[in-house]
Design a protein around this ligand. Structure first.
Ligand code: G4P
Length: 528
């Protein structure tokens, strides 16, 4: 197949949702369509119950063995589909944000009864800021839930989206009869049997025809006609360009558990979702069709086997072909590296590949060369942008609990930070180390991993920080900045990139600093 054809047939996307909306179930049904798995239950849920570290460790352990769950690739109707796993648990939101830098589109799953939930709001906001094309799937139609129009309203208002339904439910919960597919103009009747033949859809090109009344009954047919008229009156027609630009979001209804409405979603998805998109670097925009390979690290996964302390760096290929045993430039280290066993990921296995194309993800064995955001090229000195660190919400001093193992502790902290587990800040005043995390769970994870993977022991000490802000003075030589550094000395730290960070101890002191030092900018992400 030609290079350009390979690019055109790829779809790399993520499924985002609030925990429990049905992301795992939907993923599994998509894989069933692709023939990538044979039965339900094959995809492990990555759900973490509230605060249960043991749960997390168990999941990490399983993932370590089968890292394949980070990327699930399969073929469907000639399309190569790459699903990137996005943890739904809020303590791992940053992991999800980073993964979103590697997707070309997303599917948002919403629970019909719960509507738009907190985590959905945050994740969709990130996608909206990046103009990532989104399709919405409203799930669990077999249960009683909110009225379809009410939900569409809620999505528009809370998520700030412009929606256009491409399917519409006929009844709901106990009365759920099926779905009218606006996109394909047919009716799919619900039988509640997940194994039934998917060809059972009935073409209804003319909504006025009697056939519809026969199929779902006169009353339901009347309601459906009225509702569809309203849909046409209220919502804009589907427009592919608007969808691709992130300005219009098509909506599908269904029940993932019952495998209902999923085929419709998938068929529309492969038709409209974008192939790999161009990406901005620090010097220029890079097109997937360029001859030279470029890619970036968006995730690092530790292998949980203590005997082999290697890690897998996940690279999204942006342009060109990635080939095995070919030297590529690690731009940050200015060093050429060759990879003899790059992995590709399929639903239940990983496999060494010779060639991969834009949109694909390859996993490279790493002994500590990579950190998140690193760029690989064929020689060009460009760096991809867009993997920010977010201001953490929890802070603690980290102390060495075993003086004999201080080297191990240093190395462990260093590598865990490169993986993006948390952020390290070193206080300017006394060199003490502070760990900042998005969720409280990470502290236990770090402690556990330092001990089990690096043989080091740590303890934590509370530290009162309200927020970490990256500091950018308009003029680093100004008296104002010198004064700020002197007055706030106790609260200043350096992050791993050497950037200056202000650890404000309260909202008030942050506000005061902003007022007192108008020529200094305080940023809440590391990328500005
Ligand atoms: P998540 O990955 O987004 O966290 O959600 P997941 O797929 O694990 O689904 C959460 C729960 O919702 C699961 O039930 C799942 O079976 C159920 N579910 C998913 N889709 C549908 C649907 O279309 N209809 C109905 N009625 N339920 C659905 P659980 O009891 O938490 O887990 P399990 O023991 O059934 O696996």
């Amino acid at each position: 197949m030609k290079f350009s054809e390979e690019i055109k047939r790829r779809r790399t996307f993520g499924i985002i949702s609030h925990p429990d909306a049905g992301k795992t179930t939907l993923t599994e049904k998509l894989l069933l369509f692709g023939g990538a798995i044979q039965e339900a239950g094959a995809v492990k849920s990555n759900k973490i119950k509230k605060g249960a570290t043991s749960d997390f460790m168990e999941i990490e352990r399983q993932r370590g063995i089968s890292v394949a769950t980070s990327v699930l690739a399969f073929e469907y109707e000639g399309t190569k589909i790459n699903i990137l796993d996005t943890p739904g648990h809020k303590d791992f939101a940053e992991d999800t944000f980073r993964t979103l830098t590697a997707v070309d589109s997303v599917i948002v799953v919403i629970d019909v009864a719960k509507g738009v939930e907190e985590q959905t709001e945050k994740l969709v906001e990130v996608c909206r800021m990046r103009n990532i094309p989104m399709i919405v799937f409203i799930n669990k139609l077999d249960r009683e839930g909110k009225d379809a129009f009410e939900l569409l309203d809620e999505i528009e208002q809370k998520l700030n989206l412009t929606v256009t339904p491409l399917s519409f439910p006929i009844g709901m919960g106990y009365d759920f009869k099926g779905i009218y597919n606006i996109w394909e103009q047919n009716v799919n009747l619900f039988t509640g049997d997940p194994r039934r033949d998917i060809e059972e859809t009935v073409e209804i090109s003319d909504l006025e025809s009697n056939e519809l009344d026969k199929l779902i009954g006169e009353k339901a047919a009347g309601t459906l006609r009225d509702e569809l008229e309203l849909v046409h009156g209220v919502y804009p027609d589907f427009d592919k360009e608007a969808y691709l630009a992130g300005n219009l979001q098509p909506v599908f209804f269904g029940s993932a558990l019952n495998n209902f409405g999923v085929r419709e979603l998938l068929d529309c998805f492969i038709t409209i979702a974008p192939p790999p998109r161009p990406k901005d670097s620090d010097i220029r925009k890079v097109e997937p069709s360029e001859d030279n390979f470029t890619g970036f690290v968006f995730k690092i996964h530790a292998n949980m086997d203590p005997k082999h302390r290697d890690r897998l760096a996940f690279i999204k290929i942006v342009s060109g072909k990635f080939e095995r045993n070919t030297p590529y430039l690690h731009v940050r280290h200015n060093k050429k590296l060759k990879f003899s066993s790059p992995n590709a990921f399929f639903a239940e296995r990983k496999e060494i590949v010779d060639v991969s194309y834009p949109g694909d993800i390859v996993g490279l064995h790493d002994t500590g060369n990579f950190k998140i955001g690193d760029t690989l090229t064929e020689g060009e000195e460009l760096r991809y942008k867009g993997i920010p660190s977010f201001s953490p919400e929890h802070f603690r001093y980290i102390n060495n609990a075993d003086p004999m193992k201080s080297k191990q502790l240093e190395k462990g902290i260093d590598q865990l930070m490169d993986e993006g587990v948390a952020q390290l800040f070193t206080l300017e005043l006394n060199g003490r180390k502070v760990i900042g995390t998005v969720g409280a769970l990470q502290f236990e994870v770090i402690q556990y991993r330092l001990e089990h993977e690096y043989g080091a022991k740590c303890t934590y000490e509370n530290l009162n920080v309200h927020k970490a802000c990256w500091v950018e003075p308009n003029d680093p030589k100004s008296e104002e900045f010198k004064d700020f550094k002197r007055v706030k000395q106790k609260f200043l730290a350096i992050d791993k990139q050497g950037q200056l960070v202000f650890l404000a101890d309260s909202a008030f002191s942050l506000q005061m600093a902003q007022q007192k030092y108008p020529n200094i900018k305080f940023h809440f992400t590391s990328e500005f």
